[in-house]
Design a protein around this ligand. Structure first.
Ligand code: GAL
Length: 676
């Protein structure tokens, strides 16, 4: 595949040139400002169908020709979008099947965006037609660097007859016979047995197998739509890479599976700095999502969208404080992004997003700190360009599994109010973030475990087919596996494991969980460490979930202390094969996780740039062409000093040597290269 960008980090934005065709002086100014901000790429054409095809079969490419020529003339590349993210009004009128249908049989009215039916033959045909024309017209244009297919696909559901027929065909392929389906879904419960495929309506939340398969189907159907609309691009421009922008991972898509079909993973990141608790917590959480997107393909990703200041759709948003824009932008690079891009270049004058942050606001750029901040990032990215293409090596992975997330959402547990699967994965990940130990995210089915020494599977409630065997093989070969309460409770069909959990692995963990208790605040449940592996012991609060387990050979490092669970195993370790399986039987806070993973880190001598990381500071490395790049980031508003432990570095931005101690200002960030 052609290399889209020649060894540089990308800096740019969604550019809605077509909104400003009546303001030629503004368009002229845009290209001047892009230079001032050291931009080298723009994402264009994202929602421009009604400007490209104002009436069916009537095309207007003149403005896009001019835009691409101007980008090229000004030394910028284009990430060119296909326009399917929103439909022109004529299309919804002529082809009503392009609009989604609710479970009540009513079509959604035209409007909004990201809301087309994924099965509609007429919408698919219309997309293929316009995408073919775009690919034919611009295939040799020097500005074309990459395809941005549609925008932020989601798995919003459509209940039209076409989608239901496709769902039933999907089920038939999966189960073969209706009897197999009845068994897998346990439909004898509440007399829910089906006698034909036509009886199946994905509206019954009491049939968990049904709703889980419906979630899987909508994810697959979205991928199928993406493949259909990408086909002309692949055929006509085989050398141009294809991407589509992912979102936060709770939009109903199995991104692990999706990522196989894009050339580069990219995502849109909108953390609420200065709003959602302290910025250190927001920093760890954002790092999790960056690492997830890096892990999807195990190579650099793109930060396709971020805001240069605030947003207008998150209820509460604040502009970034001084320093935060550079810090949050370089954080993405530190975790493996090869770009910093924004939504949006110029704030639109009307419409839903007219108050969303932009590089150039309504008041103009000259006196704006936002513009200066963006220009600073542009300069910084040019200075650290050697980082482009380098990779991250992690010895640790945390499993983040979409099917598990959907199954947990459906599960009617004795405690349904505090499940928080994603937050739990972030909590385990954050312990490594605080230690400065690189961590990947992984899928229980798609990912290769053999590259890791430590694998954490927080709340992996569902063991899909083959997962128990994969985990067993990982431990057998020498891996250290960490599981928690609510692990291996159901199989891939959402049927409960019999004979104790984790299903199929009670011998590997050396214990069998027989029940999960709801730990209320009033219970004051805790984990008390007692083994020599945790010198000095210590007690740690447990909330929400605490498992009742029978030890079957595991070493007990800690016990619960309260009520019926008192004395029962709370932290266990079982040697199995060449490795070991740990079980954390209750939900603890960060205090325990830091202690626990800190102990494992020492035992395994996990590599990390620093032995001790000051609180609030994050350290990440990227490695490439024999060079080790290190990023030091301070997520606190007070200055921090980092002891570089004798390693000699050079500052990539200033060229100066750095040894001994490194100082970081409030929200400060430094990018260094080792040994130069
Ligand atoms: C993204 C979307 C953009 C814009 C942005 C606002 O989710 O792709 O088009 O709406 O949010 O933050």
């Amino acid at each position: 595949m052609k290399k889209a960008f020649e060894n540089r980090l990308l800096h740019g934005a969604d550019y809605n040139y077509e909104q400003w065709l009546d303001y030629p002086e503004i368009l002229d100014e845009d290209f001047e400002l892009m230079k001032k901000a050291s931009c080298n790429v723009m994402s264009v054409g994202i929602f421009s169908w009604s400007m490209l095809e104002p009436a069916e079969g009537e095309y207007r490419f003149d403005w896009l020709d001019r835009l691409l020529d101007r980008l090229h003339g000004n030394g910028l590349r284009a990430i060119l979008a296909t326009p399917s993210g929103s439909k022109p009004a004529w299309l919804s009128r002529k082809y009503p099947d392009a609009c989604r249908m609710g479970p009540d049989g009513r079509r959604e009215p035209h409007g909004g965006r990201h809301n087309h039916c994924r099965t509609s033959a007429s919408y698919r045909e219309a997309c293929v037609r316009i995408n073919t024309l775009l690919a034919e017209r611009y295939k040799d244009h020097p500005a074309l660097a990459m395809w941005h297919v549609s925008n932020e696909y989601n798995a919003g559901r459509c209940h039209c007859p076409d989608c239901l027929a496709a769902f039933r065909a999907w089920l038939e392929r999966k189960y073969g016979t209706i009897e197999n389906l009845n068994k897998a879904w346990w439909t004898t419960f509440w007399s829910h047995r089906y006698s034909s495929w036509e009886e199946i309506e994905p509206v019954d939340n009491s049939v968990h197998g049904l709703m889980l398969d419906w979630a899987r189907f909508t994810s697959d159907q979205t991928l199928d739509f993406f493949l259909a609309e990408s086909e002309p691009l692949r055929r006509i421009t085989p050398a141009v890479p294809i991407t589509t922008n992912f979102m936060m991972p709770d939009v109903g898509l199995d991104y692990w599976k999706f990522a196989r079909h894009v050339d580069v993973a990219c995502w849109d990141s909108y953390p609420r700095w200065h709003v959602d608790g302290n910025d250190e917590t927001v920093g760890a959480r954002t790092a999790f999502f960056h690492d997830l997107n890096r892990s999807f393909k195990g190579k650099p990703f793109l930060l396709m969208e971020s805001t240069p200041s605030g947003t207008n759709w998150q209820g509460l948003s604040k502009p970034k404080k001084p320093g935060m824009h550079l810090l949050s932008s370089i954080q993405a690079i530190a975790h493996g992004s090869d770009s910093v891009q924004y939504f949006q270049w110029r704030q639109s004058r009307g419409g839903e997003e007219k108050f969303h942050g932009a590089v150039v606001g309504h008041a103009g750029a000259e006196s704006s700190r936002v513009f200066r901040d963006v220009a600073e990032v542009g300069g910084f990215l040019e200075a650290i360009a050697p980082v482009a293409g380098s990779s991250t090596r992690a010895e640790v992975a945390v499993i983040y599994d979409f099917h598990n997330s959907w199954a947990l959402d459906l599960a009617q547990l004795p405690n349904t109010v505090s499940k928080r699967y994603q937050e739990t994965c972030i909590a385990h990940y954050s312990a490594f973030w605080r230690m400065g130990v690189a961590c990947d995210l992984a899928d229980s089915v798609e990912s290769d475990f053999s590259r890791y020494r430590l694998l954490a599977v927080p709340m992996l409630y569902m063991f899909r087919e083959g997962v128990a065997e994969r985990l067993r093989a990982f431990v057998n070969a020498g891996g250290i596996l960490v599981a928690t309460y609510l692990t291996g409770v159901v199989d891939g069909s959402d049927l409960c494991a019999l004979g104790g959990t984790p299903g199929g692995l009670t011998d590997v963990f050396g214990l069998a969980v027989t029940a999960t208790d709801t730990a209320l605040p009033a219970d004051r449940q805790e984990i008390r460490l007692s083994s020599a592996d945790f010198p000095g012991g210590g007690s740690y609060a447990v909330a929400d979930y605490a498992d009742l387990a029978d030890p079957r050979g595991a070493t007990v490092h800690a016990a619960f202390t309260v009520g019926e669970l008192s004395g029962g195993p709370a932290l266990t370790e079982m040697r199995y094969g060449k490795g070991a399986a740990w079980y954390v039987a209750g939900r603890t806070g960060a205090d325990f996780l830091d202690r626990f993973y800190g102990t494992l880190r020492e035992r395994l001598s996990l590599s990390a740039p620093l032995a001790t990381v000051p609180p609030g500071v994050s350290v990440r490395e990227r490695i490439g062409d024999g060079k080790r790049f290190a990023f030091f980031m301070n997520f606190r508003e007070t200055a921090a000093a980092v002891d570089l432990a004798g390693v000699a570095y050079r500052d990539l931005a200033t060229g100066e040597p750095v040894t001994g101690a490194l100082s970081l200002g409030p929200f400060g960030v430094r990018a260094l290269v080792a040994g130069e």
